[in-house]
Structure formats: structure tokens, C-alpha cells
Design a binder for this molecule. Structure first.
Ligand code: SF4
Ligand code: SF4
Ligand code: FES
Length: 742
């Protein structure tokens, strides 16, 4: 328990942990000291002086070293001769802070008047207008008039591209260095810096390609003015025109909480996503997202979205009604006599995957996941994954992070940020084993190398040494990937790592466990609720592929049912095409790589007649004689929770639980934490690992021989070519520039 210190701010006394800054102590009691350079997630620098306050401390008698008291026995408070920055001053016992004196009021006016001398005042066309701390604080604390000559303003370039994704408006910058500090302290990509001095001081990027970071979009959220804007949102909409829906990013296993901002477009009469913003969840992504999650959304309005069912007639796919398509699907499945493969992708929400699994088994189909979904070790992660209440924020001194065959920044970018903090900021030990270098290698205390594709053999050989290192640690987190491993060998790796947890006494402990780097938001969830077969039959009469995404090698079949959101190459193979919805057009749940089940909500209307996958499954089921009557994902989740033991304690109500988070982030507080959204949709809930509920035996592991197919499974980089990223012009351009440099 941290030592508490009493401080009195404008007459209100509050006890806060020792080391708390005055600005944060005030925030805790609703006293909003204005700031520009300070950000609660960054180290204070005291650059802008906006937070000046009057600070006093109990007077100490130099002779007795005791607090001097007045005639009533109260400590005599000695105030500083000048105002002090609240963002750099930690509280001390008995401190008294005055934030509403005439002197403080005048200082705030002066700072704002001074800042505005070199500010262009182009609020009517500035993207930050409506959610700009400088606008808001000027209205609240500014002087109203300026003594400076408007014509003497310092002018600078206004449209400076910092790479393909971010624009800098140089004359709007108030030189707070939040952007530089985010890149240095949080992302560890040292790509921004101040250049020059005085009035001409400006932000520059000196990396090649410019602004070389996967996290750059976050700087636009915390920039307190419109100096940094994304190429995605720049001049596209005003904040007050936007509607917001709380959602979950689908592009890796982290499950970052996001808000989808949408607007009705007169151009085509429909809603579209104008920007993707982080949403606070201190247990998942804090207030950060990566640039893939931020910019890849354009596929939702791609011209080749499927709007209507298609049926192949005389060699060509032609539009049909749902009635015709569903009847054809039902008749074909009935006639297939169980020789059916039902294949589900790992972006499909839990509710839909569950229903598809139920239907598949009821008609005797081989229920599986698509070939690129690493399902072979989902049961190992379910058994030995991190604890139900694990919190990466608690990892620090005395704890061990073991990363085996894992490229965390490329495969789970926000987990990279969080593990880096555990190691660099809080002193956890990091041991890495990989066949190549990754960014995480910068922080390792021990680095091991194995031959390409030989991770399981390496773990087996090193088992004793590794178990000893784990045993010495308070908590042990093991993050692993499946680069250059086929399913059976990746399973062997997971099992060997689980055995290490058992051997070292960490199995089933809260902040310990396995953390698999799955490719998408719902790899774990689909495997949990679908119980897929891991082997496919050599051929089938019917293959029904749902949300498989990128073209895959489907088993040879006489009839292909393809259920997709986009007209991909896969669709060209179809006999029937069933158009489905993206996560943005519906609600449901995903289960992240650390088994946190989270709700997402609808942001957009359905394009054309496209339907959610659960609806399609139910309509097919009814035509096959099943009496299903689900009206919503919520009803399906209830059935799922009764049927899938791991989910027994979960419900939509539990997942929607909202708790107070620190620091407070959101609409009211944008001057403090930036424009990330507060969380009103729920922080989700993690289900317990099996090892937490009962003693599990070690795995009996035989490592299969490597296969060519396995060795060919190269690294899964964040910006890799695929059906979704290809539809984001911004990320395409970024990929080209990265390739040119490489
Ligand atoms: S660009 Fe924005 S965040 Fe960066 S120093 Fe300027 S005002 Fe601050
Ligand atoms: S880290 Fe993963 S979940 Fe988070 S925004 Fe990036 S791709 Fe999406
Ligand atoms: S000096 Fe305190 S917020 Fe900038």
C-alpha cells in the first residue's frame, strides 16, 4: 500500500499516494488545472507554464526541525515567492495549493495571450476545432483581448507531410513536445525532434521513411492543438458532426478498444467511418492504438463490398434473392449427406461461430477453421493462459517476461508497448529467444538464438535452465508465436512452454501464464466456441467457407458456398455467395489473445442486403428443419454461455461493466488526456484459465518433424498484403514507402 500524503487544494483536503503530482491530485477532486505540455501518461517537462499555481508548505523551524504552528495550533503555511508549475511538483504532507487567486488567473491569461501571438487562429478550418484544448482553455482562462499586433504573427508552413499518415501544420504547434515524448517514452521510436530555436522552432521527423513508427496516430490524439492531424481525417469532417460507436479492433489478438466515428455522407446518402479513435481500457490498450487499427477501416466502404446474394448460373455469378440463395444452400447441404466441410475464419464473432458450429455438427459436417487460423494450441492457451485477473500493469521488478519465437511489435503492437513498459519502466526481466532480431530485443537481459523453425527443440533443450529462471521470478509471462511452425509443431511449442509453467510453479497463478500471438481479434474465441477439427478431409461434396478472408486453399469440392464481406478472389470460386456484415455493421463479442471477452456495438447500417453471419446460419438451419428463434447476438451469447464451460460465468451484462479508470480520459477531459474516448461500452471480462480452477498434469510432448509448409510460414508482419489492407490507400502508400527503404 503506497504511503499517503495529505494536500489541501482550494480548501479541499485530499489524501493521495506519495509522489503524486499536484496537477493529478487536483484532478482527483475535480479541480481541473489547465495544462498543455503535461499528459498523465508522459513524464512531466514543465515547458508551457499553463499550470502555474500558488503552492505553500508547512513552515519548518530550522532549529527544532518541527512544523511552526499559529496560536490555534494550525501549521503556518509558507507560500513560494512565485507561482509554481503544478505538473512538475509532487505533493508533500500538509501542502496547500491555491489555484483561484488573482495572481494565478493573471498568469493563465498571460500564458494564453503569449501562446496566441504565434498561433494562426484558423479555427474555422482546423481539424481540431470543436475538440481543441487551446480553444477551450482560451475560452475558459484567456484574456479576451490581446496586446499583440495580429499582423506581426510569425507564419510558417501549414501542410507539411510527416510521412504518408500524418500532416504537420507548423504555425499551429505550441511546442509542448507531447508528440516527441510519446514517440520517445511510449513507442520508443525516436523519429520526431525540435529543430531550431525561438519563434522558428519546429517539429521535424528525421527517420527514413519519415515518421517511421507504427504508433504515430496517437500523437494526433494527444497534440493539444491542430498541429498534428492524420491524413485520414484531415479536412474530412468536423468533430461535432460525428456519431460514435464503441467497438473492438479486429486486426490482431490484443483487442484494442476503439470508437468508430461515423457521419452521414450527402455524397452517397449513407453513413461511413470518418475516423477510428482509441477508447480507454487500462487493462487492454490504455489509450493507445496502432496505425493499422486506425487506418485500415476503409474496406468497410470498399466498392467491392457484397450487397446481394449471388448464385452461379451458366458459369456466371448472378444476383439472387435471399430466399433463392438460402433454399439452394439448404437443399445442397441436405443432399451432401454429411460430406460437408464448414470452415470458419477468425474474425467471426463468438455468437456467429457458435451458431455455425451447432449447425455444422447437426448436419454432420466437418467443422473447422480456415487453414490460416492457428487453432492447434488454443486449448493449451485456454488451460495455461494468463490468469483471470492478470494485469500487465502490475508486471515489474521481480517478474519475468519470456518471449519465444515472438515478434511482439509486428504481431501485437499494443502488447509491445505494454510489455516494454513492464521491462523498461518497472524493471521486469526479459529473456528472448528467436531466430532473428525484433524490436523487443532492445530491452532483453538475455538473448538466445535458434535455427529458423526450431523453437520447440530449443525450448526442449533449454527446459531446465528456463525453469530455473522462471522459478526465481515472482510472476512469469510467456509470450510466443508460430513463425515458421506448422500447427502440430506450434502446439508442441505451446505445450512445452506450459510444462515450464507447471515445473516452475507458475501455472494457474494470476499474473503468470501463456500469451499467444494469434493473428486476429477472435482466434481464441472461434476456437473456444467452435471446437474445430484441426485436420481437413482430402475432399468434400460441399465446402461452406465463412469469413475466411484472404484466398485460401480450400479442399476440393463439388459445391462451394462462400460467405464473405468482400468480392475477393475466393468469391470467384463460389457456387453460392452469401454477403455478410463486418464488425462495424453489427454487434457481438470477440475473445482476445489473453481471453478477455469484449463487446462491440453497431456503427454503420448494413450495406445493401448483407446480413450478419448468425442470421444466415439460422436461416439455413430453419430450412433444414431446426426450430431456431434467436433474435440477437445477446440471445445467442446466453445459449453459448450455458454450453461452453469456459464462458459459463459471462454475460452481456458482465461484459458491459464500466469502472472508473485512471487517468480520467474522455470528452470532458480532452485538454488533459487527449481526444481518446472514455469507455461506456464495457471493459469486458476474462474467463479463468483451466489451471486456475484445477490441477493439470504436464503434457507428454513429442515434437513432430518440421514440414516444408510449416517452414514456409514466414513472419506475420503488421503491414502485410491482404484483402483488407489493400483497400486502405493510406496504408498501401505507407507499405510502398517502407518497402522502398528496405
Ligand atoms: S506538434 Fe502538437 S504535440 Fe507536437 S509539440 Fe507541437 S503542439 Fe505539441
Ligand atoms: S494493436 Fe492490434 S488490436 Fe490494437 S489497434 Fe493495433 S491491430 Fe488493432
Ligand atoms: S508546464 Fe505544466 S502543463 Fe505545461
Amino acid at each position: 500500500m503506497a504511503e499517503l500524503v495529505n494536500v489541501t487544494i482550494d480548501g479541499v483536503t485530499v489524501a493521495v499516494p506519495k509522489g503524486t503530482l499536484v496537477v493529478d491530485a487536483a484532478k482527483k477532486i475535480g479541480n481541473h488545472i489547465p495544462v498543455f505540455c503535461y499528459h498523465p501518461k508522459l513524464k512531466p517537462v514543465g515547458m508551457c507554464r499553463m499550470c502555474l499555481v500558488d503552492i505553500g508548505t508547512p513552515k519548518i523551524d530550522p532549529a527544532t526541525k518541527q512544523v511552526v504552528r499559529d496560536e490555534n495550533g494550525n501549521p503556518v503555511i509558507q507560500f513560494m515567492p512565485k507561482l509554481t508549475t503544478a505538473c512538475t511538483t509532487p505533493v508533500s504532507e500538509g501542502m496547500v495549493v491555491r489555484t483561484a487567486t488573482e495572481q494565478v488567473r493573471a498568469a493563465r491569461e498571460d500564458i494564453l495571450e503569449f501562446l496566441l501571438t504565434s498561433h494562426p487562429l484558423d479555427c474555422p478550418i482546423c481539424d481540431k476545432g470543436g475538440e481543441c484544448p487551446l480553444q477551450n482553455l482560451t475560452l475558459a482562462h484567456g484574456p479576451g483581448v490581446s496586446r499583440f499586433d495580429y499582423d506581426a504573427k510569425f507564419h510558417n508552413e501549414k501542410h507539411v507531410p510527416l510521412g504518408e499518415l500524418i500532416f504537420l501544420d507548423r504555425e499551429r504547434c505550441i511546442q509542448c513536445s507531447r508528440c516527441i515524448r510519446f514517440q520517445d517514452e511510449i513507442a520508443d521510436d525516436h523519429v520526431l525532434q525540435f529543430h531550431d530555436r525561438g519563434r522558428g522552432m519546429e517539429i521535424i521527423t528525421f527517420s527514413d521513411p519519415p515518421f517511421d513508427s507504427y504508433f504515430g496516430g496517437n500523437t494526433t490524439d494527444i497534440c493539444p492543438v491542430g498541429a498534428l492531424t492524420t491524413a485520414d481525417f484531415r479536412f474530412k469532417a468536423r468533430p461535432w458532426e460525428l456519431q460514435s460507436a464503441q467497438s473492438i479492433c479486429t486486426h490482431c489478438a490484443v483487442g484494442c478498444n476503439i470508437t468508430l466515428n461515423t457521419r452521414l455522407e450527402t455524397r452517397h446518402g449513407g453513413f461511413e467511418i470518418k475516423r477510428v479513435m482509441p477508447r480507454q481500457n487500462e487493462w487492454v490498450n490504455e489509450i493507445w492504438i496502432c496505425d493499422k487499427g486506425r487506418y485500415v477501416h476503409h474496406f468497410t466502404r470498399s466498392e467491392d463490398r457484397l450487397h446481394l446474394p449471388l448464385i452461379r448460373r451458366e458459369g456466371r455469378l448472378v444476383e439472387s434473392t435471399w430466399q433463392q440463395a438460402l433454399q439452394l444452400v439448404a437443399d445442397t447441404l441436405r443432399a451432401a449427406d454429411g460430406e460437408i466441410v464448414l470452415m470458419v475464419g477468425d474474425r467471426i464473432p463468438n455468437e456467429d461461430a457458435y451458431l455455425l458450429g451447432q449447425l455444422g455438427r447437426a448436419i454432420g459436417a466437418r467443422v473447422s477453421v480456415s487453414p490460416n487460423v492457428p487453432s492447434h494450441y488454443a486449448d493449451v492457451a485456454r488451460a495455461f493462459g494468463v490468469g483471470k485477473d492478470a494485469d500487465f500493469k502490475r508486471l515489474g521488478r521481480g517478474d519475468l517476461v519470456l518471449a519465444v519465437n515472438a515478434d511482439v511489435e509486428e504481431q501485437a503492437p499494443v502488447w509491445f508497448l505494454r510489455l516494454r513498459q513492464a521491462v523498461v519502466d518497472r524493471g521486469a526481466q526479459l529473456i528472448i529467444a528467436h531466430h532473428r532480431s525484433t524490436k523487443l530485443h532492445r530491452y532483453a537481459s538475455a538473448i538466445h538464438r535458434f535455427e529458423v523453425g526450431r523453437a520447440p527443440e530449443w525450448v526442449q533443450q533449454q527446459a531446465e535452465t528456463l525453469a530455473q529462471a522462471l522459478q526465481a521470478a515472482r510472476h512469469a509471462l510467456i509470450v510466443f508465436g508460430d513463425e515458421h511452425l506448422d500447427g502440430p509443431r506450434a502446439r508442441a511449442l505451446a505445450q512445452l512452454l506450459a510444462n515450464l509453467l507447471l515445473q516452475s510453479g507458475h501455472a494457474g497463478r494470476s499474473d503468470s501464464g501463456l500469451l499467444p500471438l494469434y493473428p486476429h481479434a477472435n482466434t481464441q474465441g472461434v476456437c473456444d466456441v467452435l471446437s474445430p477439427h484441426t485436420a481437413l478431409p482430402p475432399a468434400a461434396r460441399v465446402v461452406w467457407a465463412v469469413g475466411v478472408g484472404d484466398p485460401q486453399e480450400l479442399p476440393p469440392a463439388g459445391f462451394y458456398i462462400i460467405q464473405e464481406v468482400l468480392h475477393t478472389a475466393l468469391v470467384e470460386q463460389a457456387d453460392v455467395v452469401l454477403p455478410s456484415l463486418t464488425f462495424a455493421e453489427r454487434e457481438g463479442t470477440f475473445t482476445s489473445g489473453d481471453r478477455r471477452v469484449q463487446r462491440f456495438y453497431r456503427a454503420l447500417p448494413a450495406p445493401g442486403e448483407a446480413k450478419p453471419d448468425w442470421w444466415i446460419a439460422q436461416e439455413v438451419a430453419r430450412r433444414l428443419g431446426f426450430e431456431w428463434r434467436y433474435n440477437s447476438p445477446a440471445e445467442i451469447f446466453e445459449a453459448l454461455a450455458k454450453d461452453v464451460p469456459a464462458y459459463a460465468e459471462l454475460s452481456y451484462a458482465a461484459l458491459s461493466r464500466v469502472v472508473e479508470q485512471w487517468p480520467p480520459i474522455g470528452r470532458e477531459d480532452l485538454y488533459y488526456g487527449g481526444t481518446a474516448y472514455d469507455n461506456t461500452g464495457g471493459i469486458g471480462a476474462r474467463y479463468a484459465a483451466e489451471a486456475e480452477t484445477r490441477a493439470l498434469p504436464p503434457y507428454d510432448v513429442t515434437i513432430p518433424e518440421p514440414t516444408i509448409a510449416g517452414l514456409k510460414r514466414g513472419p506475420r508482419m503488421l503491414y502485410r498484403d491482404g484483402e483488407l489492407i489493400r483497400r486502405s490507400a493510406l496504408l498501401r502508400a505507407r507499405m510502398v514507402s517502407l518497402q522502398q527503404v528496405a
